[in-house]
Design a protein around this ligand. Sequence first.
Ligand code: CU
Ligand code: ZN
Length: 184
Amino acid sequence: MRIRSLASVATASGAVVAFATLGVSAQGPTMTMAPASKAVAVLIPTKTGGGIAGTVTFSKTEKGTRVVAALTGVPAGNHGFHVHEFGDASSPDGLAAGSHFDPKMAKKHGDPAKSDVRHLGDLGNITADESGKATYDSVYSDLPIDLIVGKGVVVHEKADNFGQPVGNAGGRLAVGVIGVAKGE
Ligand code: CU
Ligand code: ZN
């Protein structure tokens, strides 16, 4: 842990005196980070993603994390929509984002509307109309914002049919990196 090692280095170099002067306990300064109340991902099209643009926001509500997406340029129909394990949008095929985010090691792909036993990143499908507008709005009680900051969000080529292992949603049309946003 980086914080702990910094504190012990500081203590070893005699900084305890400085802590005392500052009114901080000799056990070292406490560094607390407030939990994020909002995060955002700006989507970047892959080489097959055409002109997809838009954002996905994650905001804290009483019932959990509300995920709202507003995209344009998406081919009409359903597209698999997931949080992936890496916040890496650097590859033209989107594969650098890795697989579905699965911190609970469920090792099972699923429909969030039907099962809690799923990759935590399984968000189902996002649906685009004939004009290419796609919207999404769902609340998740089991998807804390702090857990997904730094991860990726992916819009797939095809619909997620919830088959194993990853929903048969095909290639990747867009990838975004989830970052902390200014809270409301
Ligand atoms: Cu995916
Ligand atoms: Zn999955």
